[in-house]
Each structure stands twice: as structure tokens, then as C-alpha cells.
Design a protein. Structure first.
Length: 261
């Protein structure tokens, strides 16, 4: 067994993401019993989100109490001065989750000394585990994955993310550029999953004018491990403030990134 501290955390995260996924799936299978609250326009949270995040943070703290934790539901713990930072979205795609759709996932990323080391994104309903990092190949259920080889916007489907921090005009401008170039688009409500679909070639690219770090860092690590490209998401305090995101295979990246203007 490797004694490398990053690899040890990576191995631990495999068990955690599956355990968290099983917990979330249990809630999904009894949606009618959940307590649901609104955090804002089209921004919901349920007890499933909170309890799944608490499970993840507890498991991490049991093994690495010195590491910081940054989760969507519970916020930041111990960020100041920490070398290791876990970034977690317990259920990315809460609206699809609460609507009984399968396009939601658990996302875990790990940074060390400010550098993104690895990510894991697990889709419990589909039983698909995407993983990858600086020291680990990008895989889907153990199979090596790569992004599409296409270079033009007409070579595949681009997913466009949207949330209430983006104005309708911002979104329409991006969509207009894509459609005028002959491209087509998709959105499923989970940025993390769509980014993983870029990593494995199901989508040509993904763009969003603003996305939070917990929604995308796990998948960004996987895309990069798969040989794809993204913008420098962590620039300008992307960890805590969020940032824009553009992701694609190396051949299509420039065309996809230009959609953001």
C-alpha cells in the first residue's frame, strides 16, 4: 500500500463517495418523506443534502482532522492555514434529485497547497463513478476515458449551465454564439455530471458564466486527467467566490471557451 499522503486520501475518498452515494440514494428512494427548504430562486436544499454532507465531513475528519473542509451546505471549516482542502457537493443537481430524475451526483475534490490533486464524481442512480487526478488516470467505473477529438462546435453537443447568479441575457448571449456557429446544446441540471460527460466524450464541451467550486472542482480534476482542458478556475479566489468555467477536449477547447465572450 502506498504511503503517499495524497494517494492515501484518494483511496479513502473512493469509499467515502460510495457510502455517501448510498445514503443519498436511500433518500432519493423515499422523496415523499423529505423536508425541503428554499435557499433562493430555483435553489432548494433537503435533509438529504445536509445529512450526506455531514457524513462526508465526518469520515474525512476521522482520518485527516488537520484538513480543511468546504461544503455547499455547511460552508468552510479550517481553511485558514490548511495545506489540504476537501471541496464537496453532497448532491449536485438537487432540483433534478427532488424531481425524481437520475441526473444528480456526489462530488468530492481535494486540493493540497492550492493545487487541485484529484476528484471523484459518483452518480448513484446510474452507478457510475468518475475519478481522476494528477497521480491517477481518468476512469469511469475503472475504464480509461478521454474527451471527444472533434475541434468544431458542430462536432458534438455543448452543455450550458445556468443558475440565478447569471442573468437571462448572459445565458442567451452564450446560446446565441453557439447556435449561430451551427452548434447545439444540452442542460441536465448537474454541472459536475455534465463536466464528467465532457471527460468521457459524451459531450463536446461545457460552459457556465458562473459556477461554485463545489459544483465543478471534482470534475475539473477528472477532465484534466482525461487529457481535456479547462480554464484556470481557481484564479481570482475561485475556490470561495466561484468563477466561470469552460471545458472541452484539447481540439475544441478554444472554440468552446470563446462562447463565454
Amino acid at each position: 500500500m502506498s504511503t503517499d499522503p495524497i494517494y492515501q486520501r484518494y483511496s479513502l475518498a473512493h469509499g467515502i463517495v460510495k457510502e455517501a452515494g448510498a445514503l443519498a440514494l436511500g433518500y432519493f428512494n423515499r422523496l415523499e418523506t423529505l423536508t425541503v427548504k428554499s435557499k433562493g430562486l430555483q435553489d432548494l436544499v433537503s435533509e438529504a443534502d445536509l445529512q450526506t454532507e455531514l457524513l462526508i465531513s465526518r469520515r474525512i475528519a476521522e482520518s485527516y482532522p488537520e484538513d480543511a473542509f468546504f461544503g455547499e451546505e455547511t460552508g468552510a471549516t479550517g481553511l485558514q492555514g490548511a495545506r489540504g482542502v476537501w471541496v464537496v457537493d453532497p448532491i449536485d443537481g438537487t432540483q433534478p434529485f427532488l424531481s425524481g430524475q437520475s441526473c444528480w451526483c456526489v462530488s468530492i475534490a481535494f486540493l493540497f497547497d492550492g493545487e487541485l490533486q484529484f476528484g471523484l464524481v459518483y452518480s448513484p442512480k446510474e452507478d457510475e463513478l468518475f475519478v481522476g487526478g494528477l497521480q491517477a488516470p481518468a476512469t469511469l467505473n475503472g475504464r480509461i476515458i478521454h474527451p471527444q477529438a472533434g475541434a468544431r462546435l458542430t462536432d458534438g453537443v455543448v452543455s450550458i449551465g445556468y443558475n440565478n447568479r447569471i442573468t437571462p441575457d448572459d445565458l442567451l448571449a452564450v446560446m446565441g454564439r453557439l447556435l449561430h456557429a451551427g452548434g447545439t446544446y444540452q442542460r441536465n441540471g448537474s454541472g459536475a455530471l455534465c463536466l464528467c460527460y465532457v471527460a468521457c466524450g459524451r459531450l463536446l464541451g461545457y460552459v457556465e458564466s458562473h459556477i461554485n467550486s463545489w459544483d465543478c472542482l471534482g470534475a475539473i480534476a477528472i477532465i484534466r486527467a482525461a487529457g481535456g482542458r479547462t480554464n484556470d478556475f481557481l484564479a481570482n479566489d475561485g475556490l470561495t467566490a466561484g468563477n466561470r468555467i469552460a471545458a472541452a477536449g484539447p481540439n475544441a477547447y478554444e472554440a468552446v471557451a470563446a462562447l463565454l465572450g
